[in-house]
Design a binder for this molecule. Structure first.
Ligand code: SF4
Length: 211
């Protein structure tokens, strides 16, 4: 064997010895590495609502260049980790947002922009907007301001990355644990028929379809 190199079995022995000694917990090092990678691989679904959507283009393009921090946009919810709810939400928008959030794979996170998702903002007495989004979907990070600038949006991402790195409990876990609470609130404003059916058989639609 070349001097200075060691075999896989040598590595295993070294790893066991280090763990036995209590000096190094390699399992925890791996977990930390995974969380670090996760925090630097933030895929944001292309979605915008309210006035704050206009802050997205400068955040993601060359002026503020969010990609240097591992934050990139993607087209579909199934590939995304984050959805940004960038302002007020009408009830009919909420219906689509629930659908999108539920299509996202775990772990997944919600960032909101502005005061509207917190308390309705300037639409506090509107008949058709959400007053407290957290009753309907679990918010991980609120970025305040009306509307927040890209610097604030990036600060919101940094807070989310910190939460992920530290392994703090996140919204999707709360959503699962308190699913009945969220569904009851959603049905209160949207009725029983919350979402379009997932059951359409696109391959046999009208007896023909895609085959
Ligand atoms: S918080 Fe202000 S900027 Fe944001 S959606 Fe509401 S009114 Fe618009």
């Amino acid at each position: 064997m070349v001097e200075g190199f060691h075999s896989n079995s040598d590595e295993k022995v070294l790893k066991c010895k280090l763990e036995e000694s209590g000096l190094v917990n390699t399992h925890s090092i791996m977990e930390k590495a995974v969380k670090w990678f996760e925090s630097r691989s933030i895929f944001v679904v292309a979605y915008g609502t309210g006035c704050g959507a206009i802050e997205m283009p400068p955040t993601f393009t060359s002026r503020y260049d969010a990609e240097r921090m591992g934050i990139v946009g993607v087209a579909t919810p199934r590939q995304a980790d984050v959805i940004i709810l960038s302002g007020y939400l009408a009830y009919k928008t909420l219906r689509r947002v629930i659908r999108t959030y539920e299509q996202m794979q775990k772990p997944k996170y919600i960032i909101t922009l502005g005061s509207c998702p917190i308390n309705g903002g300037m639409y506090w007495d509107s008949y058709n907007t959400i007053k407290k989004l957290d009753d309907f979907l679990p918010v991980d990070v609120y970025v305040t301001g009306c509307m927040p600038r890209p610097e604030s949006v990036i600060e919101g991402f940094v807070k989310l990355q910190k939460r992920i790195k530290e392994g703090q409990k996140c919204g999707w876990e709360l959503y699962e644990e308190n699913y009945d609470f969220y569904k009851t609130n959603q049905k209160r404003v949207l009725g029983e028929h919350i979402l379009p059916s997932y059951e359409t058989d696109w391959y046999n639609i009208n007896g023909g379809g895609l085959g």
